[in-house]
Design a protein around this ligand. Sequence first.
Ligand SMILES: [Zn+2]
Length: 440
Amino acid sequence: MKCPRCGREYEEIIPPFCICGAELELTYDYSSIDVKKWKRRIPGVWRYKELLPPVKKIISLREGGTPLLKARISEKLGVDVYIKDETRNPTGSFRDRLATVAVSYGLPYASNGFIIASDGNAAASVAAYSARAEKEAFVIVPRKVDKGKLIQMIAFGAKIIRYGESVDDAIEYAREIAKLNGLYNVTPEDNIIGLEGQKTIAYELWEEINPTHVIVPTGSGSYLYSIYKGFKELLEIGVLKEMPKLVAVQVDKCNPIAAEILGMEKECREIKALGLYVRNPVMKSRAVKAIKETRGTAIIVSEEEIDAGEKLLANEGIFAELSSAVVMPALLKLVESEFVEKGDKVVLVVTGSGLKTGEGGREKFSIGGTKLEILKILKDREMYAYEIWKALGKPLKYQAVHQHIRELQDLGLIEEAYRRGKRIYYKLTEKGARLVENLE
Ligand SMILES: [Zn+2]
C-alpha cells in the first residue's frame, strides 16, 4: 500500500492517515473483477476475496452472509424495509467481518498475538478469532463495558485490560502497548485492514436487493464508512448504477457525526448504548464524506426512543443490543419527514445481539422475583419505600428497593399515590393490578 500523495509504503499496519496527512485507502484492480464468480461460492466474507487483502491463511468462523429479512413494519409504513441481521455472526456482531480479515492478514506479524482497543464487540470478535488462530488476544476496553461482551472475551481467553472512560482512551493506550510488545494492532482506528472485511456487507446487500437507503447505527463511523467503500467499489467495477443513501444514527447525548451533518453543536456524554459512546470518532471525516456524497443524512434519537426501538425490533423477532435499536426510531423519523418514500428499499443494519449487553438495561424487560413481591405488597395498600423494604423482609440493600421502584414506574406498573412530608407513597396502576391478578 503506497500513499497516493507522498509515496510512503505501508505493509504491516495501514493507518487511516499517512504521516503526511493523506487519507489512506486500500484499492484493487477493479477492471479485473468478475462478480459472476461470487454466485458460485458459499455466502460469507471470503466469497469476495478478490476485493480483500491477500492472506496466506484464512482464519474464519463463517462470518458474513447474514440474513436479510423483510420487516413486518413495511406494511404499516408503506415502504419496503429490510433488516440486515448482523446479530447472526459467530460472536453476535458485525465485527466478526472485521476480525476474520484483520486476524488472517495480521497472522504473520502477530508472533506475540493481537491487540485491539474496543468498546466491546470488536474485542469479543478478535478474542474469538485469536483463539481460533491459536494466538493471544490483548483487549483494551473502557471501564464501562457491556457485561455479555466481557464474558465472551473471558471465555475466549483474552487478556483483558480495562482502561479509561470511553473507547477513545482505550485506543491511545492500545497504541502504546502495541509499540512496546510488537503485537499486531487491529484497532480499526489505527489499522484499516479490518474495514475491508466490514465492507462486504455492502456486496451482500447489493446482491440481494440493491437498496436505496442504508440506515446504520454510528459510533466511530467505521461501519458506515466501510459500507460506503463497499458500494463505491461496486460502482467502480461498473455493476452498481447509483449509490444508496447512507443514514447515520446517533443518540442525542453523543452525536459528534450527526451534529456535523445537521450543523448543530456537538455533544457527547455517557449513554447507555455503549457502542455509540465515542467522543472523537477517528473515522468522522470519512463518515461525513460518505453521507454527503451519497446524499444521505443523519438522525438523532433519544434514549427513550431507543427503548421503543428495541421493542419494535423484538416485534420483528430480532433481539438487538441498544446500540442497534436506534435504527427503528430513525426509520420512523425518516418516513415522517418523507426522506424515505414509497418505492424505496430501506435496509436497517442491526449490528449486534441483545444477548451481549448483559443485565443492567435488560432488567426492564423482566419482572423478577423482587419486583413481583413489591407489586404484591402494594396490592393491599399504598406504601413508601422504607415500608416496602421492611415488608419485603429479606437481605436486600435499601438502595436496591429504590431502583426496583423506579423501574416499576418506568414499566408503568406502579405510580405515585400521594406524598406525606418527604414520604412518597406508591400504588399499583391499573396495568400493575391486572398483572398481579393474572399471576395469582
Ligand atoms: Zn503520505
